[in-house]
Ligand binder design. Structure first.
Ligand SMILES: [Zn+2]
Length: 167
């Protein structure tokens, strides 16, 4: 089970393994913000809070943290579904503006497509086909990728992954 690591200013930074989180706390590099309500860590003689969210004691400066553009991450952004027909098998990448027409290999021009939709689209623009794009591709932020980890996401994380309110 992953642990959400917050920067010293409470912004989400990364996920780490519970053992690492425990050591960071133990070595006073981080403090426990929120513990899992359903689990405890046990040693032979003691039990400890099972970290769910920890916060680093020193600020880590990572101004250019972004999600790497690759096939795996584009599939992930698109929830492993063809963005034209929703199929989840035989996936490949489609350039919205085809490369032959100067389309670039960037987040906003690449979508997940199945082989058959990809073949239908070929060197055409969507408007020249009967395909309908499910959603406009965007460049994901690191935090968005954390939010997408639904299978590991824990309730304790929610307050830290929501946008800050401007009150
Ligand atoms: Zn398709």
């Amino acid at each position: 089970m992953g642990v959400l690591v917050l920067n010293q200013d409470f912004t989400p930074l990364a996920l780490c393994h519970v053992n690492r989180a425990f050591l960071l706390i133990f070595n006073a590099k981080a403090e426990l913000v929120s513990e899992s309500k359903s689990r405890v860590l046990r040693s032979i003689s003691q039990s400890y809070a099972y970290p769910s969210v920890i916060k680093l004691n020193r600020y880590v400066n990572l101004p250019y943290r972004s999600v790497i553009l690759n096939r795996h991450n584009i599939f992930k952004r698109d929830q492993n579904k063809c963005q034209y027909c929703g199929q989840i098998q035989d996936l490949t990448l489609d350039h919205l503006i085809p490369r032959s027409r100067g389309g670039k290999s960037i987040w906003t021009n690449l979508v997940t497509a199945c082989l058959s939709c990809n073949a239908k689209k070929g060197d055409k623009l969507i408007s020249e086909t009967d395909l309908i794009l499910y959603k406009k591709p965007i460049k994901p932020s690191f935090i968005m990728f954390l939010k997408n980890l639904n299978h590991q996401k824990q309730n304790e994380w929610a307050p830290f992954l929501e946008p800050k309110s401007h009150s």
